[in-house]
Design a binder for this molecule. Structure first.
Ligand SMILES: [Zn+2]
Length: 230
């Protein structure tokens, strides 16, 4: 079966219905098409569908009966996109859709936020840690950090003045410094998908594909892929 060419289009800020779209009819058809697309596995991670992965952005039925599907790659230059495009075309043809038009929308860029909860659960079941929230606490960067340092220094001075306080003072200053450095560093905790331990470390920025990083669990000793946030 001949693959449909992917047309690159600039992303509209809001997807306004085009003049050749029949909204009422398209609604019913589009829902069915979404279901069919939900049966197409991602070629790189077969446990997750392309819909759960969040790369199918829009489905509509045009006036000429063609099914228009807009997809966004997980990252620019993702080699799987042509495979996905072919899979969409083949699946829709198999369901009797004669004409399929694919649009490749690159902006806004795909984000792991578009991945469904079902998709994240499937990833975990497959042994891939789903994208975690990377919490960057910037509250420690300005006033609070300075305040913490001043409090630490004040405690240190008080402690130093007290009998036998020198060691305590050193410890207090070290603790204050550690608290500050903890505040300004981004914290990313990736739980092991096998045992749930958060005692894990990154071993490579790139796992089996560029959108994954390779981690190792320090408790069960198993290496695992982590689906990186975008
Ligand atoms: Zn583990």
């Amino acid at each position: 079966m001949k693959a449909a060419a992917i047309t690159a289009i600039a992303a509209p800020a809001t997807i306004a219905p085009a003049a050749d779209v029949i909204p009422a009819k398209a609604g019913a058809h589009a829902a069915q098409i979404w279901t069919w697309l939900g049966d197409i596995p991602d070629p790189e991670i077969p446990v997750i569908s392309i819909v759960d992965l969040g790369i199918v952005r829009d489905v509509r039925v045009a006036a000429d009966g063609a099914c228009e599907v807009t997809i966004t790659p997980t990252y620019s230059g993702c080699p799987a996109m042509q495979v996905i495009a072919d899979a969409i075309t083949e699946a829709l043809h198999a369901h009797g859709v004669k004409q399929v038009r694919l649009h490749n929308q690159i902006s806004p860029a795909w984000t792991t936020d578009w991945m469904s909860d079902a998709g994240k659960a499937a990833l975990k079941g497959y042994g891939i840690a789903p994208p975690a929230q990377q919490v960057i606490d910037i509250s420690g960067l300005r006033a609070p950090a300075g305040a913490a340092a001043r409090r630490g220094a004040a405690r240190a001075e008080n402690a130093a003045g007290a009998p036998g306080g020198a060691a305590t003072a050193t410890a207090t200053v070290a603790a204050a410094a550690a608290a500050i450095s903890r505040r300004v560093r981004p914290v990313l905790t990736v739980a092991c998908p096998r045992c749930g331990s958060r005692h894990t470390e990154i071993t490579s920025q790139f796992g089996s594909t560029p959108c994954k990083a390779l981690y190792k669990c320090l408790d069960c000793r198993e290496p695992f892929d982590y689906f990186k946030c975008h």
